[in-house]
Design a binder for this molecule. Sequence first.
Ligand code: ATP
Length: 364
Amino acid sequence: MASIDIHGLGKAYGRIRALRDIDLHIADGECVALVGPSGCGKTTLLRTIAGLERIDQGELMIGGRLVNALPPAQRGVAVVFQSYALYPHMTVYENMAFGLRCSGHARDVIRQRVQRAAGILELEPQLDRRPRDLSGGQCQRVAIGRAIVREPKLFLFDEPLSNLDAAMRVQMRVEFAKLRRRLAATMLYVTHDQVEAMILADRIVVMRAGHVEQIGTPQQLYASPCNRFVAEFIGTPQMNFVDATYIGRGDDDSADLRVDASGARLRVRCRDPGLRRGQQVSVGVRAEELRVLDGPEAMSDNVLDAELVLVEYLGDSALCHLQHAGRLTLVIKCSIVPAHGNTLRIGFAADGALLFDADGRVCH
Ligand code: ATP
């Protein structure tokens, strides 16, 4: 196992600054996911750690050793790519053994390592099969097996489940979570699927345009995003945002702030927003924090009237898309979904929302 320490890392392709001033510490045995929109630099960062891209600026340490100039083969790193690229004419056993054979390992060492990897990945029944006789998920497990037999200090995964269909992806996600516990190795996992990251990783790094926006556990990123970009990126369905104008602190000496959203008075719990009266803000509310109101509370603050424009049935529950000043999404039981076009009175608790300033920074 190995820790990773990155200080001020930068990488450019001509004029494109793919990575800018990256600082990151990954502890020994930790599984960290890199997420972010297409082109934000996830793969470049992974390839840089693997030694497949040259570093322009900064320091990269693996296991406490500076590796900026070390060739990939000497870094103790194994990479599993999205395309599993197995040798079609070789069996599963031969595919996993090939790298070890090339590096001159003894036959019994190879057999022992392949058997162990096949056991971990539940591939023993497939060892004599060729890739054309395997499912996509099994092929991906063989690719992971090829990495395991090398006994690396560090595993790097670049979108390993992207080539699988939706059902296989869900199944492999579970397999992967189990594998993680069994290997107890340091792992860096690139994905554009934030659900995958939330399920698999100890911590998630959210990237945008070559730099790190926020690092935290899945729960931290979900509950306390540092800005609107992270709040939008993490969580399904996406956080709701209501545009509003800041009015001021409540006169009841509470910790709540008051904002005006197209005539609706809203309260948000916030200590020190650093805002001026009249400033534009947005109120962020997760779908599960929104409730349909029909009792006496329907007359109080934090109430919005919104028209139901679309319903997505998910089985037991449904996503209701509502139109207020912007779009709002709410999750309710299928049995109480109202008809399209109805106006719903919805509300949320002051401490169930976040306030963002005009630049998208969260107000504390
Ligand atoms: P995706 O999710 O689409 O794979 P990513 O977050 O992994 O995206 P990268 O592949 O790391 O993004 O690319 C980061 C930036 O660097 C992009 O602007 C990309 O176009 C650019 N880039 C990556 N590789 C090269 C290259 N070999 N030459 C020139 N530009 C590159």
